[in-house]
Design a protein around this ligand. Structure first.
Ligand SMILES: Cc1ncc(COP(=O)(O)O)c(C=O)c1O
Length: 375
């Protein structure tokens, strides 16, 4: 079935009058984002599927030329394999069930696996025996400007990374290094620090076959101050040119957020207003979990259907639809002071970790997605 498309968000609201949340995807923006990465990054660009696995997001990225996908589960590997016959899938979760490793290798022919511990190394070697694979050691990086510090959960310290790389060499397995500076990282210096650590590790462990600089490239939400994507990529390129990392390694990155965040808006409807509090039809248990967990502040606006509305703006506390007390956003939406029941609001830059994180709590499950075609 083809995706329903509209000329604008206003057009969609006029025609559907949705009392349910609606994801509005801009495929032209997905194409532009993919081209920016593919043109500029001096290696392979793996899209991090976890960030937004909707087929209507994956298909435009693939159409724009993305052929490599960072997958973290067998479900994601199967999804990409079924959607695209020409896509390379990489199993980048540092902790994997044995059966998933075996199936990824034997059924889906996945070649790249990440580990950050000796026991996981043994597991991957045992479950892929007889196949030519590449094992990347995920190295922890120091905190430096990210909203989500992934190295709190994953990554071997540099000394242990050296030990694991030597172990891989002893077993004659192709080897690489992966890191992730943390999601929504606003400082380019985090990549420089990590690449300097990689160079140190390599001076002790020798040549590598691949280097994965991860994701972390930021989206531009309200209050985000960061250089543009090009500055991040150029910083990485320059550091690599100046660095002493040995070997002819495959270079890759794994962007999620920066590839998709600005490609999608969420249209929500006001169900009730109580003074300066509004109750809307999506929330923390649905598409807006990052507003709570990461304090993400999405740009918002009242959808203008031609009515005369107040020019006076007010901060409104936003309550989600579920019948619990957790579902309240920590940051307000700034909206016209005459906002009322039935109004629609556009929540912008919602493409990352929104539909990917939604739950069915209380029976609320946002699932309508339409395309907005730029003129
Ligand atoms: C291994 C890995 N790669 C890539 C990503 C995508 O990161 P981001 O969305 O910050 O670009 C993540 C996010 O958690 C990840 O865990």
């Amino acid at each position: 079935m083809s995706l329903e498309s509209f000329a604008s968000i206003e057009d969609m609201v006029r025609r559907l009058h949705p009392s349910y949340p609606v994801y509005c995807v801009r495929r032209d923006i997905l194409r532009d984002n993919a081209e920016r990465f593919l043109d500029r990054f001096p290696g392979d660009v793996l899209y991090a599927v976890k960030c937004n696995p909707h087929p209507e997001v994956l298909k435009p990225l693939h159409a724009a030329g993305v052929r490599h996908f960072d997958t973290a589960s067998l479900t994601e590997i199967a999804q990409i394999s079924e959607l695209f016959t020409d896509a390379e899938r990489y199993f980048m979760h540092p902790v994997k069930p044995r059966a998933a490793i075996r199936t990824a290798c034997e059924v889906y022919n996945v070649k790249h696996y990440v580990i950050d511990h000796r026991d996981e190394l043994d597991k991957v070697v045992e479950e892929t025996r007889g196949h030519e694979v590449v094992i990347l050691v995920r190295m922890a990086t120091p905190s430096g400007g990210a909203t989500y510090e992934l190295s709190r959960k994953f990554g071997a310290p540099p000394e242990e990374t050296v030990t694991l790389l030597k172990e891989l060499a002893a077993r004659r397995v192709q080897r690489g290094i992966a890191f992730h500076v943390g999601s929504q990282c606003v400082r380019t210096s985090a990549f420089e620090t990590a690449l300097d650590l990689v160079a140190n590790v390599c001076s002790a462990a020798g040549e590598i076959d691949c280097l994965d600089v991860g994701g972390g490239f930021p989206a531009f939400y309200e209050g985000t101050f960061s250089p543009p994507l090009e500055t991040f990529v150029d910083t990485i390129s320059k550091r690599l040119e100046a660095s002493t990392i040995p070997g002819h390694y495959q270079l890759m990155c794994e962007p999620g957020r920066a590839m998709v965040a600005n490609s999608m808006s969420l249209v929500v409807q006001v169900q009730l207003r109580k003074d300066n509090r509004i109750y809307i039809n999506d929330g923390i248990h649905g598409s807006l979990s990052e507003a709570a967990v990461g304090g993400v502040r999405y740009p918002t606006r009242l959808i203008d259907l031609g009515q005369q509305r107040s020019a006076q703006m007010l901060d409104f506390t936003v309550n989600g639809p579920t019948c619990d007390s957790v579902d309240v956003l920590p940051n307000p939406f700034r909206l016209p002071d005459d906002i009322r029941e039935g109004d629609w609001i556009e929540v912008q830059k919602i493409g990352a970790y929104s539909n990917a994180n939604r739950t069915q709590f209380n029976g609320f499950y946002p699932e309508t997605l339409v395309a907005i075609e730029a003129a």
